[in-house]
Design a protein around this ligand. Structure first.
Ligand SMILES: [Fe+2]
Length: 233
Protein backbone atom coordinates (compact mmCIF):
# COMPACT_ATOMS: atom_id res chain seq x y z
CA UNK A 1 0.00 0.00 0.00
CA UNK A 2 1.30 3.48 -0.87
CA UNK A 3 1.40 5.55 2.30
CA UNK A 4 0.51 9.23 2.29
CA UNK A 5 3.36 11.45 3.44
CA UNK A 6 3.80 15.17 4.01
CA UNK A 7 7.06 15.64 2.11
CA UNK A 8 9.71 14.38 -0.25
CA UNK A 9 7.68 13.78 -2.37
CA UNK A 10 4.43 14.90 -0.86
CA UNK A 11 1.88 12.15 -1.50
CA UNK A 12 -1.83 12.66 -0.98
CA UNK A 13 -4.31 9.92 -1.82
CA UNK A 14 -7.83 11.16 -2.58
CA UNK A 15 -9.39 7.84 -3.53
CA UNK A 16 -8.04 4.32 -3.15
CA UNK A 17 -10.24 1.40 -4.19
CA UNK A 18 -7.51 -0.55 -5.86
CA UNK A 19 -5.83 -3.87 -5.17
CA UNK A 20 -2.56 -3.26 -3.29
CA UNK A 21 -0.44 -5.02 -5.89
CA UNK A 22 -1.93 -2.99 -8.72
CA UNK A 23 -1.59 0.19 -6.69
CA UNK A 24 2.14 -0.49 -6.23
CA UNK A 25 2.72 -1.43 -9.89
CA UNK A 26 0.93 1.63 -11.21
CA UNK A 27 2.74 3.87 -8.73
CA UNK A 28 6.12 2.50 -9.91
CA UNK A 29 5.29 3.41 -13.52
CA UNK A 30 4.02 6.86 -12.54
CA UNK A 31 7.00 7.67 -10.34
CA UNK A 32 9.46 6.48 -12.97
CA UNK A 33 7.84 8.96 -15.38
CA UNK A 34 7.94 11.71 -12.75
CA UNK A 35 11.65 11.15 -12.09
CA UNK A 36 12.59 11.05 -15.79
CA UNK A 37 13.24 7.29 -15.95
CA UNK A 38 10.71 6.98 -18.78
CA UNK A 39 10.23 9.17 -21.84
CA UNK A 40 6.55 9.85 -22.47
CA UNK A 41 6.59 7.28 -25.29
CA UNK A 42 8.16 4.63 -23.04
CA UNK A 43 5.62 5.41 -20.34
CA UNK A 44 2.76 5.13 -22.82
CA UNK A 45 4.04 1.76 -24.02
CA UNK A 46 4.34 0.51 -20.43
CA UNK A 47 0.84 1.71 -19.59
CA UNK A 48 -0.62 0.11 -22.72
CA UNK A 49 0.93 -3.19 -21.66
CA UNK A 50 -0.37 -2.70 -18.10
CA UNK A 51 -3.90 -2.01 -19.37
CA UNK A 52 -3.88 -5.00 -21.74
CA UNK A 53 -2.79 -7.29 -18.92
CA UNK A 54 -5.49 -5.95 -16.60
CA UNK A 55 -8.25 -6.14 -19.20
CA UNK A 56 -7.52 -9.83 -19.80
CA UNK A 57 -8.00 -10.57 -16.08
CA UNK A 58 -11.63 -11.56 -15.41
CA UNK A 59 -11.54 -10.17 -11.87
CA UNK A 60 -10.47 -6.79 -13.16
CA UNK A 61 -12.99 -6.78 -16.02
CA UNK A 62 -15.70 -7.53 -13.46
CA UNK A 63 -15.10 -4.05 -12.04
CA UNK A 64 -16.00 -2.75 -15.49
CA UNK A 65 -19.19 -4.82 -15.43
CA UNK A 66 -20.15 -3.03 -12.21
CA UNK A 67 -19.70 0.30 -14.01
CA UNK A 68 -21.88 -0.90 -16.85
CA UNK A 69 -24.67 -2.11 -14.60
CA UNK A 70 -24.67 0.97 -12.41
CA UNK A 71 -24.19 3.36 -15.33
CA UNK A 72 -21.58 5.42 -13.56
CA UNK A 73 -17.88 6.02 -13.16
CA UNK A 74 -15.98 3.73 -10.84
CA UNK A 75 -12.79 5.30 -9.48
CA UNK A 76 -9.94 3.02 -8.45
CA UNK A 77 -7.32 5.57 -7.57
CA UNK A 78 -6.83 9.32 -7.37
CA UNK A 79 -3.48 10.50 -6.00
CA UNK A 80 -1.26 13.60 -5.97
CA UNK A 81 2.55 13.37 -5.91
CA UNK A 82 3.86 16.89 -5.35
CA UNK A 83 2.43 18.93 -8.25
CA UNK A 84 1.65 15.87 -10.38
CA UNK A 85 -1.47 13.79 -10.09
CA UNK A 86 -2.84 10.58 -11.53
CA UNK A 87 -6.05 8.63 -11.54
CA UNK A 88 -7.54 5.39 -12.80
CA UNK A 89 -11.22 4.75 -13.37
CA UNK A 90 -13.80 2.84 -15.32
CA UNK A 91 -16.46 4.99 -16.96
CA UNK A 92 -19.64 4.27 -18.81
CA UNK A 93 -20.62 5.77 -22.18
CA UNK A 94 -24.30 5.39 -23.07
CA UNK A 95 -25.35 4.41 -26.58
CA UNK A 96 -25.03 7.47 -28.86
CA UNK A 97 -23.46 9.47 -26.06
CA UNK A 98 -20.64 11.62 -27.43
CA UNK A 99 -17.56 12.84 -25.64
CA UNK A 100 -17.35 16.01 -27.74
CA UNK A 101 -14.09 16.99 -29.43
CA UNK A 102 -11.62 18.41 -26.93
CA UNK A 103 -7.95 18.98 -26.30
CA UNK A 104 -6.08 18.68 -23.01
CA UNK A 105 -3.35 20.52 -21.14
CA UNK A 106 -0.44 18.51 -19.74
CA UNK A 107 -2.34 15.21 -19.61
CA UNK A 108 -0.99 11.79 -20.55
CA UNK A 109 -3.85 9.33 -20.87
CA UNK A 110 -4.19 5.67 -21.75
CA UNK A 111 -7.65 4.25 -22.32
CA UNK A 112 -8.72 0.70 -23.11
CA UNK A 113 -12.18 -0.35 -24.21
CA UNK A 114 -13.59 -2.96 -21.83
CA UNK A 115 -16.92 -3.44 -23.60
CA UNK A 116 -18.92 -1.89 -26.43
CA UNK A 117 -17.97 -0.15 -29.67
CA UNK A 118 -17.03 3.47 -30.22
CA UNK A 119 -16.19 5.64 -33.17
CA UNK A 120 -13.04 7.61 -32.36
CA UNK A 121 -11.40 10.53 -34.13
CA UNK A 122 -7.96 11.74 -33.05
CA UNK A 123 -6.19 14.95 -34.02
CA UNK A 124 -2.78 16.56 -33.65
CA UNK A 125 -2.43 20.15 -32.45
CA UNK A 126 -0.32 21.96 -35.05
CA UNK A 127 -0.07 25.43 -33.55
CA UNK A 128 -1.88 28.18 -31.72
CA UNK A 129 -2.29 31.19 -34.00
CA UNK A 130 -1.62 34.77 -32.93
CA UNK A 131 -5.39 35.34 -32.79
CA UNK A 132 -5.62 32.52 -30.21
CA UNK A 133 -7.30 30.01 -32.50
CA UNK A 134 -6.04 26.45 -32.61
CA UNK A 135 -4.83 24.69 -35.77
CA UNK A 136 -5.46 20.92 -35.90
CA UNK A 137 -5.15 18.00 -38.27
CA UNK A 138 -7.14 14.75 -38.24
CA UNK A 139 -4.81 11.76 -37.89
CA UNK A 140 -7.19 8.88 -37.19
CA UNK A 141 -10.86 7.97 -37.67
CA UNK A 142 -11.69 4.42 -36.57
CA UNK A 143 -14.08 2.09 -34.82
CA UNK A 144 -12.72 0.59 -31.61
CA UNK A 145 -13.93 -2.27 -29.43
CA UNK A 146 -12.91 -4.45 -26.49
CA UNK A 147 -9.14 -4.57 -26.00
CA UNK A 148 -8.45 -1.55 -28.23
CA UNK A 149 -6.38 1.25 -26.73
CA UNK A 150 -6.19 4.96 -27.44
CA UNK A 151 -3.70 7.34 -25.90
CA UNK A 152 -3.19 11.07 -25.73
CA UNK A 153 -0.30 13.20 -24.54
CA UNK A 154 0.91 16.77 -24.82
CA UNK A 155 2.63 16.22 -28.16
CA UNK A 156 0.83 13.21 -29.63
CA UNK A 157 -2.86 12.81 -30.50
CA UNK A 158 -3.75 15.37 -27.87
CA UNK A 159 -7.24 15.94 -29.30
CA UNK A 160 -9.99 13.36 -29.52
CA UNK A 161 -13.72 12.86 -29.96
CA UNK A 162 -15.73 9.66 -29.55
CA UNK A 163 -19.24 8.25 -29.38
CA UNK A 164 -20.59 4.83 -28.36
CA UNK A 165 -22.42 3.06 -31.16
CA UNK A 166 -24.79 0.08 -31.20
CA UNK A 167 -25.02 -0.02 -27.40
CA UNK A 168 -23.24 1.34 -24.32
CA UNK A 169 -19.50 1.08 -23.74
CA UNK A 170 -17.19 0.86 -20.74
CA UNK A 171 -13.69 2.31 -20.83
CA UNK A 172 -10.82 1.99 -18.37
CA UNK A 173 -8.79 5.20 -18.19
CA UNK A 174 -5.46 6.05 -16.60
CA UNK A 175 -4.74 9.76 -16.53
CA UNK A 176 -1.46 11.43 -15.49
CA UNK A 177 -1.52 15.22 -15.19
CA UNK A 178 1.29 17.71 -14.78
CA UNK A 179 4.16 15.38 -15.75
CA UNK A 180 5.35 17.08 -18.95
CA UNK A 181 7.99 19.82 -18.69
CA UNK A 182 7.37 21.39 -22.08
CA UNK A 183 3.76 22.21 -22.82
CA UNK A 184 1.82 23.47 -25.86
CA UNK A 185 0.16 26.27 -23.88
CA UNK A 186 1.56 28.13 -20.89
CA UNK A 187 1.74 26.38 -17.53
CA UNK A 188 -1.17 28.49 -16.28
CA UNK A 189 -3.62 26.57 -18.47
CA UNK A 190 -6.11 24.41 -16.54
CA UNK A 191 -5.90 20.60 -16.62
CA UNK A 192 -9.54 20.16 -17.71
CA UNK A 193 -10.90 19.60 -21.20
CA UNK A 194 -11.01 22.47 -23.74
CA UNK A 195 -13.72 21.91 -26.31
CA UNK A 196 -13.21 22.68 -29.98
CA UNK A 197 -15.02 22.28 -33.31
CA UNK A 198 -13.02 20.21 -35.82
CA UNK A 199 -15.79 20.05 -38.42
CA UNK A 200 -14.63 23.00 -40.55
CA UNK A 201 -11.44 22.47 -42.56
CA UNK A 202 -9.69 23.86 -45.62
CA UNK A 203 -8.80 21.93 -48.77
CA UNK A 204 -5.52 20.77 -47.21
CA UNK A 205 -7.41 19.28 -44.27
CA UNK A 206 -6.26 21.90 -41.77
CA UNK A 207 -8.80 22.76 -39.10
CA UNK A 208 -8.82 26.19 -37.48
CA UNK A 209 -11.03 26.43 -34.42
CA UNK A 210 -11.89 28.52 -31.43
CA UNK A 211 -12.39 26.96 -28.00
CA UNK A 212 -15.61 26.99 -26.02
CA UNK A 213 -17.24 25.61 -22.91
CA UNK A 214 -18.93 22.27 -22.22
CA UNK A 215 -22.41 23.71 -22.71
CA UNK A 216 -21.65 24.82 -26.28
CA UNK A 217 -19.93 21.49 -27.00
CA UNK A 218 -23.05 19.70 -25.76
CA UNK A 219 -25.28 21.74 -28.10
CA UNK A 220 -23.10 21.02 -31.10
CA UNK A 221 -22.20 17.37 -30.62
CA UNK A 222 -24.20 15.55 -27.95
CA UNK A 223 -26.24 12.58 -29.15
CA UNK A 224 -24.84 12.87 -32.67
CA UNK A 225 -22.81 10.17 -34.38
CA UNK A 226 -19.42 11.18 -35.70
CA UNK A 227 -20.41 10.07 -39.20
CA UNK A 228 -22.87 12.96 -39.33
CA UNK A 229 -19.81 15.19 -39.64
CA UNK A 230 -17.66 14.81 -42.75
CA UNK A 231 -13.88 14.57 -42.58
CA UNK A 232 -11.24 15.79 -45.03
CA UNK A 233 -10.99 13.58 -48.14
FE1 LIG B 1 -9.96 13.39 -23.45
Amino acid sequence: MIEDRPSNPRIRTKISQIDNGLDETLYQHIDKLRLGGYSVDEFQNALAEFCRAQASDPNFSALGDKTSVENQSHWLIKRHIDYCRYSALFYHVAENEAHPPHHHHNVISTQIVISGTLQLREYERIERRDDGRLVLKLVSDRMIGPGDIFQASEWSKNVHWFCAEGGPAVIFNINARGFEDKTFDTDEAAFGRCYIDPTQFDNTGLIITEEFDAERAHELFQGRRLDEFPIPA
